[in-house]
Design a protein around this ligand. Structure first.
Ligand SMILES: [Zn+2]
Length: 130
């Protein structure tokens, strides 16, 4: 399976078997036991905040991984879906090793050296890395 498909597969699993049934259960509890509306809105608020955090992590990791020549979807799935931010920490640790090793031109994916200013293959200006 391609890592892009894997990412969307996990996302679908999360929504299908996690968020969706949980929302149904909470809505049903709210009906049958007359839980205060505040509990329901708190639950929905947590869901929305969680979604925003996950989307923010995905956006950051996607850009960052791509610029380092790492597989953006694979790392997005790791960072967003391994619980308790363990995946994100793994990514932050791993990316350092990646940037110490092979670097690739963001334009043509040719292997480049860290201190090169321009890609010898396509003359793309390489960003400075510290
Ligand atoms: Zn290039």
């Amino acid at each position: 399976m391609k890592s892009k498909n894997l990412f969307w597969f996990i996302t679908a699993l999360w929504i299908g078997f996690g968020i969706f049934p949980l929302t149904l259960i909470v809505l049903k509890l709210g009906h049958s036991q007359e839980i205060h509306a505040r509990v329901l809105s708190l639950f929905l608020l947590i869901l929305v905040v969680l979604a925003i955090v996950i989307i923010a992590i995905c956006r950051y990791v996607y850009k960052d991984a791509k610029s380092r020549g790492m597989d953006p979807y694979l790392w997005m799935a790791t960072a967003a879906y391994v619980p308790n931010f363990v995946g994100l920490i793994v990514y932050l640790v791993m990316r350092k090793q990646f940037s110490m090793g092979i670097l690739k031109c963001t334009n043509c994916s040719m292997e480049i050296k860290r201190d090169w200013k321009y890609c010898p293959n396509c003359s793309h200006r390489l960003q400075e890395r510290n």
